[in-house]
Design a protein around this ligand. Structure first.
Ligand code: GLN
Length: 392
């Protein structure tokens, strides 16, 4: 006899199926152009595929080192030195994980005690609250308000206290497209230092920005020793399925992350780690081209959305655009996205799952532009004339 009729543990029951899984399934069912889940519908660079093939042929078929293939840890350290002018010890401060998603889970499980408070900023990536719950942490949230979506410094001040273990930030930000400026980063740093807590900085969109360059909060005075920087290969090299991520943290925090990682996945695919070394050594022109290409896709999607009758929010970074759908008369974002998939043939993500109270995101939908210009144009053709604003 089971003690509970539920198959899902209490810790995870309230999270249900991820919005990305659900919307991608609906998109396939209805043949909709998928501007929902954030994965490129084009492949990563050939030089990267060649590097993976070479690694497989060389016979990298066994487990990698738990902390990451040595050359990859070094390549990550070199990248961070070059991009953020941070010196990190590849052996004691870097852990290679199965994508950033595992790094998030390992950070929560390895560093949060039951009852510790974790401060999240709404709208947030859906795996943050789920992994806080897995770790037995207590959630505190603050909210960024549209259309500026600036970090709410006053609210943050009220939310951070002696019980706070972590403040989680994400810049460039999914889903708002914000790239936090120096003032915003300094406010978080100031709070973390005053309250002696840690900052988890999810920087997976670090190379995708369109104006103000991304800056890691770890570069601010006093922050290197209290920041866990998380990133990955997926977005920067259009290989989200390779699942190569990493966590960078001072040795005593890395110890916690590794304590969890060794029992979560132990290590991620060995040949792909070797290929990732080649990726991270890419010349500056690679990253410039990535930004130029994303700039074109961003412009294309903004144009398509404007022509369809939206007033989209221009993203400063990441590959997402938010738009308010309420002028089209649907009760909430779920209903609007359902309509869009079934009757227009375009899939987008309702923002409700990015808030503790789904009401918080009910006016907003997220469109992804990590798609070819042809795909974005096709979405534009389908959207044309299909959405009627309510008479005001
Ligand atoms: N990061 C992707 C997004 O925001 C989704 C990843 C996933 O489906 N787990 O769309």
């Amino acid at each position: 006899m089971h003690r509970t009729p539920h198959g899902i543990s209490q810790r995870l029951r309230c999270f249900g199926e991820s919005v990305f899984t659900r919307i991608s399934r609906l998109a396939v069912e209805h043949g909709a152009v998928n501007l929902g889940q954030g994965f490129p519908n084009f492949d990563g660079p050939e030089f990267l595929k060649d590097a993976a093939k070479t690694a497989i042929e060389k016979g990298c078929g066994q487990y990698a080192r738990m902390v990451g293939v040595a050359e990859l840890n070094q390549a990550i350290a070199q990248r961070v030195r070059c991009d953020q002018h941070l010196e990190v010890d590849p052996e004691r401060e870097i852990t290679v994980t199965s994508g950033c998603t595992e790094a998030i889970a390992a950070t929560m499980l390895g560093l949060v005690e039951p009852g510790d408070e974790v401060v999240l900023v709404e709208p947030f990536y859906d795996s943050y609250p789920a992994t806080v719950s897995m770790a037995g942490g207590t959630l505190r949230t603050v909210r960024m308000q549209p259309p500026e979506f600036r970090l709410p410094v006053k609210e943050l001040k009220a939310a951070v206290n002696a019980r706070t273990r972590l403040i989680v930030i994400n810049s460039p930000h999914n889903p708002t497209g914000r790239v936090f400026d120096d003032d915003e980063l300094a406010s978080v740093a100031d709070l973390a230092i005053k309250n002696d807590c840690l900052v988890v900085s999810d920087e997976v969109y670090e190379h995708i920005w369109f104006g103000r360059p991304h800056r890691s909060i770890a570069t601010l005075p006093g922050m290197r020793e209290r920041t866990i920087v998380l990133s990955s290969l997926g977005k920067s090299f259009s290989m989200t399925g390779w699942k190569i991520g990493w966590a960078i943290a001072p040795p005593h925090l890395t110890a916690g992350i590794r304590a969890a990682h060794q029992f979560l996945t132990f290590c991620t695919a060995t040949p792909l780690q070797h290929a990732a070394v080649t990726a991270l050594h890419a010349p500056p022109s690679y990253f410039e081209t990535l930004r130029t290409d994303y700039g074109l896709r961003r412009t294309a999607l903004l144009t398509v959305l404007r022509e369809a009758g939206f007033d989209p929010i221009e993203p400063e970074g990441s590959y997402f655009v938010l738009a308010d759908h309420t002028r089209f008369g649907h009760v909430n974002a779920e209903a609007f996205c359902e309509h869009l998939i079934r009757h227009v043939g375009v899939a987008a993500i309702p923002c409700s799952p990015f808030y503790v109270d789904p009401e918080g995101g009910k006016a907003l939908v997220r469109f992804a532009f990590c798609k070819t210009l042809e795909t974005i144009a096709l979405a534009g053709d389908r959207l044309k004339g299909q959405l009627q604003p309510l008479a005001s």
